[in-house]
Design a protein around this ligand. Structure first.
Ligand SMILES: NC(=O)c1ccc[n+]([C@@H]2O[C@H](COP(=O)([O-])OP(=O)(O)OC[C@H]3O[C@@H](n4cnc5c(N)ncnc54)[C@H](OP(=O)(O)O)[C@@H]3O)[C@@H](O)[C@H]2O)c1
Length: 424
């Protein structure tokens, strides 16, 4: 029960704090986002520890202390760790092992009660949304063990099995919670996901976020899953440039390609373009899976002062409405949409922008209408001028979440590998 509560507390904290944060793109020159967020205490680590869920960590205190020693060594050796290891050509060749589609659908809302207000009565609507995705040619679905928790994987597995769809990739994620410390934890979690999905192997198995304590063991565990045939490809999520290089090197030594890095990327969160993350992934042949490409719904244009979203998203909407540059971005999106016919929506423009940047957007879909709308974005080819116009309008919108509120920044000092790991 404690774990269940902790999972929800943690997830809520992380996901809510991980909402689009353009403010991070406004980090003063010469500083990284992590150095800019000085006093950031881990907003979600606190409730975790208070709940006592780190009991397993405590029993291993001695071991953690040793790791703290080696952490200093690792940080001292950071320049070596950030050197590219797998030659780009080799990396690009390796990633060809799994062709990631240029569009996918995210299933975080399928089962999540805290943020998305899920209840079982929605299952039929979700199933119809899923079927519309299959009918529309969607070949990639993203879920995670902590979505639901577990419910999203169960629903996705059931929908997939009962639809009889073939050649569909399923990506799910290992949650690197602080009480997980061994490579075997990854294998165990992977088997749990396989069971909930009702599948023999996972197409892309990702580490959901870096661990507070140590990460290399999880990279080893990810490799074990691959070598044991439990997964067809491996990826990470919420990893920064140096961490992507480091895990790419570690896996490369075992002949395992790093397929993807799933990061927040949208017109309201362009930080990966500014911090070198996108460049690194492009260089290494690591596909970016762009999460929250609609900024949790904001970029659909349906949030207005008189029609705000309910729940945790209300505060985001409120802040956006007060931003003088926000209407300018919506107008730029409308202009682009109008160029592509009357059926083109703002959501399609936002998703097409992600595709134009070379990423694979994975918008959340909760019903047939959203599925059909979002899928149509794959037919929308934005011109360079249109992308430029959207970039310019987006750059003027200021943040609605301070950098220090992001858990991916706040934990950067407790990293055992790379200071810049949370810059994604
Ligand atoms: N790795 C990570 O840490 C991480 C973090 C977040 C998300 N993700 C992944 O990324 C996926 C997508 O991100 P997200 O769900 O956070 O946000 P999103 O894709 O930006 O927004 C999805 C939400 O927008 C609304 N929507 C979607 N299409 C619409 C349309 N055509 N018209 C109107 N409204 C529409 C729906 O909510 P309403 O109907 O309620 O408005 C939907 O749930 C997730 O499902 C998950 O797989 C990963």
């Amino acid at each position: 029960m404690a774990a269940f509560v902790a999972t929800n507390v943690w997830k809520h904290g992380v996901q809510e704090a991980a909402i689009p944060s353009p403010a991070r793109s406004q980090v003063p020159p010469g500083q990284t986002a992590s150095t800019a967020s000085t006093a950031s205490t881990a907003s979600f680590a606190k409730p975790l520890l208070a709940l006592g869920v780190a009991a397993r960590v405590a029993t291993r205190r001695k071991k953690v202390k040793c790791n703290a020693m080696s952490r200093r060594d690792l940080l001292a050796a950071a320049p070596a760790a950030v050197a590219p290891v797998m030659p780009p050509a080799q990396a690009a060749q390796a990633t060809q092992a799994l062709q990631v589609p240029n569009f996918g659908v995210g299933a975080w809302a399928w089962g999540d009660r805290l943020f998305w207000g899920y209840n079982e009565k929605q299952d039929q609507e979700l199933r119809e949304g899923f079927d519309a995705c299959i009918k529309g040619g969607v070949k990639l679905f993203d879920t995670a063990e902590i979505y639901g928790p577990g419910r999203s994987e169960e629903l996705l597995g059931t929908f997939l099995r009962e639809s009889g769809a073939k050649d569909v990739q399923v990506a799910t994620k290992f949650a690197a919670f602080p009480w997980k410390l061994d490579r075997q934890d990854v294998v165990k979690a992977c088997k749990g996901s396989l069971e909930r999905l009702g599948m023999d192997s996972i197409d892309i198995y990702q580490i959901h976020f870096p661990s507070v304590w140590k990460n290399e063991v999880f990279w080893d565990g990810l490799g074990d899953c691959y070598e044991q045939g439990l997964v067809k490809a491996v990826g990470v999520s919420n990893y920064g440039s140096s961490a992507v290089r480091a895990i790419s090197k570690t896996l490369g030594e075992r002949g395992i390609p790093l397929t993807s890095n799933q990061i927040q990327y949208s017109l309201l969160y362009r930080y990966p373009e500014l911090n070198g993350m996108k460049e690194t992934c492009d260089e290494l042949g690591v596909k970016i899976l762009a999460y929250s490409p609609l900024a949790l719904g904001a970029l659909t244009g349906k949030w207005t002062p008189s029609t705000p979203p309910s729940g945790p998203r209300a505060a985001i909407s409120d802040k956006l409405q007060k931003d003088a540059a926000w209407p300018g971005l919506l107008d730029a999106m409308k202009d682009v949409a109008q160029q592509h016919g009357p059926e083109t929506t703002l959501s399609q423009a936002a998703i097409a922008w992600c595709i134009a940047k070379g990423t694979t957007p994975i918008p959340g879909v909760r019903n047939v209408r959203q599925a059909q709308d979002n899928i149509r974005a794959t037919q929308l080819k934005l011109s360079a001028n249109e992308v430029q116009a959207l970039d310019s309008a987006a750059a003027k919108v200021s943040g609605f979440l301070s950098p220090e509120a992001s858990p991916f920044n706040s934990l950067s000092r407790s990293m055992d590998t790379k200071q810049a790991m949370y810059e994604a």
